[in-house]
Ligand binder design. Structure first.
Ligand SMILES: Cc1cc2nc3c(=O)[nH]c(=O)nc-3n(C[C@H](O)[C@H](O)[C@H](O)COP(=O)(O)OP(=O)(O)OC[C@H]3O[C@@H](n4cnc5c(N)ncnc54)[C@H](O)[C@@H]3O)c2cc1C
Length: 476
C-alpha cells in the first residue's frame, strides 16, 4: 500500500509514525513544504555571547516560537513521548511560583485560586478577588440557583458562561483564559467544539461551580497519588519530540522537505498528488495533515463540496515575541507564570508568559526571558517583525515598567495558525466525515477539526491511520 502524508507538523509526523508502526507493508512518503519538520512546533536554542557556558541550562536560552507545553491530561502526548524514549525528559511547570495575573484596568491582579478547568470552585478566593465587583460576585452566585437550561443545539462560549456566571465573570476571568488557548472570540466560539465539558457540568451538577468543586476534589485526589504538573514539555523544548520522531522515521519513511503539494486528483481509483515542481506521485491513500483551508484548496477539483466546507473553517493569525533581559533590568519580580489580557482591555497583546519563571532552566542564571503573545480573532496586528517587536516592548513597558533594551529578541509570525471552532463547527465536522466516508483511502488530520492542542493533533494522526486500517481490512 502506498501512502502519502502531506504536512510535516506534529499531526503529519504522528500519522507517519503510526502508519510505520501499524501498517507493516506500507510505503510511506511524508511531504513538507517548508525546510523544517514540526510546523508550529519551533524551538530556538540560543547561546548569547555574554552568558558563561557553565551557567544554568548550558548558558542557553530555550525559546519556543509556537507551543511551549502540552496538556498532560490528554493521554496521546505523554504516550507518544514515552514511546520515543522521552518520558524521563518531560517536566512540568515551576511548582514554586504558580501565580498567574490578569490585566484589569492597567493593573495586574492575581487570578483567584481554585480554578478547575477554568471554572472558579474556591468561593472565599473569589470573594477576596478584586477582578470582579461585588455585583458581579453576587451574579456569579446565581450559578448555584438556576437549573440547567433546556437547550437543543449549540451555544457560544461567551453566551453560555455569561448565562451561568454573568457577563463580568466572563469578560474579566474566563474570556482571557480561553483566549490564551484559541486566540478566539468567545462570542463566536462553539461551546460544543471547544469546552463541551462545561455544558456537561451544567447538566450533571446543575451548576458549574458545584461541578468544578467535585472535579477539583477528584483531581486533588489524583495529585496525592503522585500525578505530575498539568502541563508538560521536554527539557530543551518541544522540538525534542519532532527530532525524535524524525529520527525514528528516517529508515522507514521517504521524508521530503521543501516539497509543496499543489493539487490532489484521482486516476483509476488511485490518488494523484501533484507537486509544485511539476512532478506527480500516485498512491493508494492520502492523508492531508495541512491546515483545513489548505486541504480545501488541494481538494478543490477532487471534491468541490468537501473543499468548500474545509475552506470555511476560519483561522486567526498570531505572533510570539520572546525577549531576554538582564535580571537587574527588571523593575518588578517576575513572580509567576505571567499574565493574560482580557479582550475588553483593548490591548494588541493577548498574554505574556514569564518563561524564565515558568520554566527556570530556559534562561541562564541572572537573566529573564519573557514571551509576549500577540493577535486574536477579529483584531488586526502589524505584520512585520520590527513592528511586532516594538509592540511587545511597549506592552512590557506599559504593564511591567520595563524600559531597558532586551539583550536578545526573537519574533515568530504565524499566519492563519489558530483554527476557530465557531458556531456551526460541529455541523461542518459532520459534513466532512460524511464526505470522507465516500472516499476510501483519504483522511484528514491536524488542528482544524477536533482539538487544537498538541495531544489532540497527535491523536488526529493516529485516528487518520485507523480509518485507513479499517478500510484495508474491509477490502482484504
Ligand atoms: C503561537 C502558538 C502557541 C501555541 N501554544 C500551544 C501550547 O502551548 N500547547 C499546545 O498544545 N498547543 C499550542 N498551540 C497549538 C499547536 O501548536 C498547533 O495546533 C499544532 O502544532 C498544529 O499542528 P498541525 O500538525 O495540525 O499543523 P501545522 O503545525 O500547521 O503543520 C502543517 C504543516 O503542513 C505544511 N504544509 C502546508 N501546506 C503544504 C503543502 N501544500 N504541501 C506540503 N506541506 C504543506 C506546513 O508547512 C506545516 O508544516 C499553539 C499554536 C501557536 C501558533
Amino acid at each position: 500500500m502506498k501512502l502519502i502524508i502531506i504536512g510535516g507538523g506534529i499531526a503529519g509526523l504522528s500519522a507517519a509514525y503510526h502508519a510505520a508502526k501499524n501498517i507493516p507493508d506500507a510505503q510511506i512518503t511524508l511531504i513538507e513544504s517548508s525546510n523544517q519538520w514540526g510546523g508550529k512546533i519551533s524551538t530556538d536554542r540560543v547561546t548569547f555571547d555574554e552568558v558563561p557556558p557553565t551557567s544554568r541550562g548550558d548558558g542557553q536560552f530555550i525559546i519556543e516560537g509556537g507551543p511551549d507545553t502540552f496538556l498532560a491530561s490528554k493521554p496521546w502526548g505523554v504516550a507518544l513521548c514515552k514511546e520515543l524514549g522521552l518520558g524521563e525528559r518531560l517536566h512540568g511547570t515551576n511548582p514554586n511560583r504558580k501565580s498567574t495575573y490578569v490585566l484589569n484596568r492597567n493593573r495586574l491582579l492575581p487570578l483567584p485560586e481554585g480554578l478547575a478547568m477554568m471554572i472558579p470552585s474556591d468561593i472565599p478566593s473569589i470573594l477576596r478577588s478584586h477582578l470582579i465587583s461585588w455585583a458581579g460576585k453576587a451574579r456569579m452566585g446565581f450559578d448555584f440557583l438556576q437549573p440547567a437550561k433546556n437547550l437543543n443545539g449549540d451555544e457560544s462560549l461567551g453566551a453560555f458562561v455569561s448565562r451561568r456566571l454573568g457577563r463580568e465573570a466572563y469578560e474579566n476571568l474566563i474570556e482571557p483564559l480561553m483566549s490564551g488557548i484559541y486566540a478566539g472570540d468567545g462570542d463566536q466560539l462553539s461551546l460544543a467544539s471547544t469546552f463541551p465539558y462545561l455544558r456537561d457540568l451544567e447538566i450533571k451538577y446543575g451548576s458549574l461551580a458545584r461541578g468544578a468543586l467535585t472535579l477539583r476534589k477528584q483531581t486533588n485526589g489524583k495529585a496525592l497519588q503522585g500525578s505530575r504538573s498539568a502541563f508538560l514539555t521536554p527539557t530543551t523544548g518541544l522540538a525534542e519530540i519532532v527530532e525524535k520522531l524524525v529520527e525514528s522515521l528516517k529508515s522507514k519513511v521517504d521524508l521530503r522537505l521543501n516539497t509543496t503539494v499543489s493539487q490532489i486528483s484521482n486516476i483509476n481509483s488511485r490518488y494523484l498528488v501533484e507537486l509544485e515542481n511539476g512532478s506527480r506521485l500516485e498512491s493508494d491513500s492520502v492523508i492531508l495533515a495541512t491546515p483545513a483551508f489548505i486541504s480545501g484548496a488541494l481538494l478543490a477539483s477532487f471534491d468541490p463540496a468537501l473543499a468548500s466546507v474545509l475552506k470555511s473553517i476560519p483561522y486567526a493569525s498570531t505572533a510570539t515575541v520572546s525577549l531576554a533581559y538582564r535580571q537587574p533590568d527588571m523593575p518588578r519580580p517576575l513572580d509567576g507564570y505571567g499574565y493574560v489580557i482580557p479582550r475588553r482591555e483593548g490591548r494588541k497583546a493577548l498574554a505574556c508568559t514569564w518563561t524564565s519563571t515558568k520554566f527556570p532552566h530556559r534562561a541562564p542564571d541572572g537573566y529573564a526571558l519573557i514571551r509576549v503573545f500577540v493577535g486574536r480573532a477579529g483584531q488586526d496586528i502589524p505584520w512585520n517583525e520590527n513592528d511586532l517587536l516594538e509592540l511587545a516592548k511597549e506592552e512590557l513597558n506599559l504593564t511591567l515598567g520595563i524600559t531597558a533594551e532586551p539583550i536578545l529578541s526573537r519574533v515568530f509570525m504565524w499566519d492563519k495558525a489558530m483554527p476557530q471552532y465557531n458556531l456551526g463547527h460541529p455541523e461542518k465536522l459532520k459534513q466532512i466525515d460524511a464526505a470522507l466516508e465516500k472516499h476510501p483511502g483519504l483522511a484528514l488530520a491536524g488542528n482544524g477539526y477536533r482539538g487544537i492542542g498538541i495531544p489532540d493533533c497527535i491523536h488526529s494522526g493516529e485516528v487518520a491511520i485507523e480509518k485507513l486500517e479499517r478500510e484495508l481490512s474491509r477490502s482484504a
